[in-house]
Design a protein around this ligand. Structure first.
Ligand code: HEC
Length: 119
């Protein structure tokens, strides 16, 4: 008569092999890197580069000599979301200013851009 252990080995063997085989191959990109590259693509797509450079991330604006480099954004994601939708002002040189361009895209896309800027 088979011992309990050898029956278990017979049953568990194929299950373990299956689990191993069905485990997804190491994915090429993690969720993080997907949203970060999306943020960059969206930044370019939405023509943010017509005014801004993000030199820290290797993005040159259309007019590197004139453009505002936003390599270091220190405001919170919440503030930036509202600021880019022109819902709030930001003090620039002692003056309350709204952002030059009002965001018209989706909240998800805006969050991806801000996440990328702050990463
Ligand atoms: C028409 C020109 C223009 C365009 C296009 C533009 N911006 Fe701006 N942006 C500005 C100006 C001007 C400021 C204020 C800069 C300052 O603080 O002196 C600013 C400020 C910002 C700031 C705040 C920087 C800080 O720390 O004060 C962020 C973030 C920003 N822009 C992101 C974006 C994103 C994202 C896009 C694309 C969706 C975009 N901008 C498109 C002109 C532009």
């Amino acid at each position: 008569m088979r011992s309990f252990a050898s029956v278990m080995a017979l049953v568990a063997g194929p299950i373990l092999a299956l689990a191993f085989l069905s485990a997804p191959a190491v994915s090429a990109s993690t969720p993080d890197s997907i949203s970060m590259s999306d943020g960059k693509a969206l930044f370019l797509e939405n023509k943010c580069t017509s005014c801004h450079s993000v030199t820290a991330k290797g993005v040159e604006g259309a007019k590197p000599d004139k453009a505002i480099d936003i390599s270091k954004v220190t405001d919170s994601e919440d503030f930036l979301t509202k600021y880019l939708k022109k819902e709030v002002t930001k003090d620039v040189d002692g003056k309350a200013s709204k952002h030059k361009k009002s965001w018209k895209g989706s909240d998800e896309d805006l969050a991806a851009i801000i996440g990328w800027l702050k990463s």
